[in-house]
Design a binder for this molecule. Structure first.
Ligand SMILES: NC(=O)c1ccc[n+]([C@@H]2O[C@H](COP(=O)([O-])OP(=O)(O)OC[C@H]3O[C@@H](n4cnc5c(N)ncnc54)[C@H](O)[C@@H]3O)[C@@H](O)[C@H]2O)c1
Length: 367
């Protein structure tokens, strides 16, 4: 099996699962090099996962052997690192979000098109067994025509546990930009592209007091909305109500539900790869748990990279695509723009529904 050579930039918290899966789970990827502005982190990862080359970011981008750059840096440098990778002639896959601004997202897609390179972006949880099972049930008509749904991510923020929680309350943070990508990517994967958003936002707590140990007692000034509510109208006519909030102390709301003319689907947590999936048919008396139809039910982060590697070698369109991530980026902004302007926001970006994974895959393969 030909292995596509990957260069990972950013060896922080999330990188471990990428190193693990791209070196051990997927048969078509090889982590050829890694880099981090804190060289020690790249060295540590290289030792742990047997990576031969620890390079600077610049060296990694200029190394002709690297085919895909996997950008696992922090959100505010996603754009710069992705742009540099595309300019160096690499395909690039980036952790969420694609970029901070709509202009940056569009620029990356345009640059990739000009250079004939692929852009890919997390989350790739929609390729997991849980969400792929939901997709199959919808595609096969089990809930009939989708009518609408709900998507809820509500909690009280992260200053109670995170050692450096300030960024959650600054531009690029907030509940929508932090967790929205999982919910919105799942919804677009299940229902297709969105059309219009009506959003309302608020800041319920203008200041937050850190109660985690390192900065206990320090006060954070909240600079972005922390309670974001609204409705998305999808091109297929489905209306999904969504709340993302850091202002709520407790809730029994489900993560995602999809309602159809023939039944209701309870969708698992879109921040995971597994189930459970429940279905209630129009004439059924109760929800029944549905056995998952697809593999990749455990933490398979990096499957989007393996899928991109398949396309590098064989052609085709990568599923966790830049187009999808850019649509999701616009959706996240749409809630805020709609709220600020007190008007509906019609999306400008388009996005094809990503192709489902086939049934009967062997672990390690994406085709
Ligand atoms: N940690 C998680 O559980 C988690 C989960 C899902 C997604 N993510 C996403 O993954 C990304 C990384 O998150 P993280 O938690 O691993 O952050 P982190 O801060 O732990 O790691 C980021 C790493 O990138 C390096 N870095 C920063 N700027 C760089 C640059 N210009 N060039 C090279 N290296 C640079 C940092 O030194 C650091 O080692 C973020 O986009 C985040 O949204 C994180």
């Amino acid at each position: 099996m030909n292995k596509t050579k990957i260069g990972i930039i950013g060896c922080g918290n999330i990188s471990g699962i990428y190193f693990q899966n791209l070196t051990q789970t997927f048969v078509n990827t090889e982590v050829y090099a890694c880099a981090d502005i804190v060289t020690e982190r790249a060295k540590e990862a290289a030792d742990k996962y047997g990576i031969h080359k620890v390079l600077t970011t610049e060296e990694l981008l200029q190394d002709p052997a690297v085919e895909i750059v996997v950008n696992l840096t922090i959100p505010k440098v996603h754009f710069d690192v992705c742009k540099a990778a595309l300019l160096a002639g690499k395909h690039v896959y980036v952790e969420k979000p694609l970029s901070l601004t709509l202009e940056q997202g569009r620029e990356l897609l345009q640059l990739a098109k000009e250079r004939n390179r692929m852009v890919g972006c997390a989350p790739d949880t929609f390729l997991g067994g849980g969400l792929q099972t939901c997709r199959k049930l919808i595609d096969d008509g089990f809930i009939g025509t989708p009518i609408g749904g709900t998507a809820f991510l509500v909690n009280h923020g992260h200053e109670g546990w995170h050692p450096d929680p300030e960024f959650y309350y600054q531009a690029g943070g907030g509940p929508m930009f932090d967790m929205g990508p999982y919910y919105l990517t799942a919804l677009v994967s299940l229902l297709g592209e969105a059309d219009t958003v009506c959003g309302m936002t608020k800041v319920s707590f203008p200041e937050r007091t850190i109660t985690s140990t390192k900065k206990f007692g320090q006060v954070i000034k909240v600079e972005i909305p922390t309670h974001v509510a609204g409705t998305i109208q999808f091109k297929n006519g489905a209306l999904v109500n969504m709340i993302t909030s850091f202002d709520v102390w407790g809730s029994n709301l489900p993560r995602i539900e999809i309602y159809g003319t023939l039944g209701t689907l309870l969708v698992p947590d879109p921040n995971t790869f597994g189930g459970p999936v429940f279905l209630k048919m129009a004439h059924g008396t109760e929800f029944k748990e549905i056995p998952l139809t697809h593999i990749y039910q455990e933490n398979s982060r990096g499957i989007g990279v393996a899928d991109m590697a398949y396309c590098v070698q064989n052609g085709g369109v990568n599923r966790a695509s830049g187009e999808l991530a850019n649509h999701v980026l616009e959706l996240m902004h749409a809630f805020h723009i709609s709220s600020d302007s007190q008007t509906y926001y019609k999306l400008a970006s388009t996005c094809s529904q990503p192709t489902p994974l086939p049934l009967h895959l062997v672990k390690g393969y994406v085709k």
